[in-house]
Design a protein. Structure first.
Length: 81
């Protein structure tokens, strides 16, 4: 089953950095870039996160895409009892 994930990166990514990350759908704001990845493979998600780290980018947050739907504000964290 494919799942979507939103990865919020600090800063606006230029075309060179975006090309390094492959087929992620970017959405930029003034202070962040939201990347969306859809995959059914956890290894792909982890590989993407490692590539982001290797490029020296700062991850602000990661959320399931269906729950966050392209919103660039941080997701709400709910406490579990």
């Amino acid at each position: 089953m494919e799942r979507g994930y939103d990865i919020c990166i600090r800063g606006r990514l230029d075309a060179v950095l975006m090309s390094e990350l492959g087929d992620l759908a970017p959405m930029a704001t003034n202070a962040t870039t939201l990347l969306t990845i859809t995959t059914d493979d956890q290894a792909t998600l982890h590989g993407t996160m490692a590539r982001i780290r290797d490029l020296g980018l700062v991850v602000e947050w990661v959320a399931k895409g269906s729950e966050h739907a392209g919103d660039t504000s941080p997701p709400t964290v709910q406490a579990h009892d």
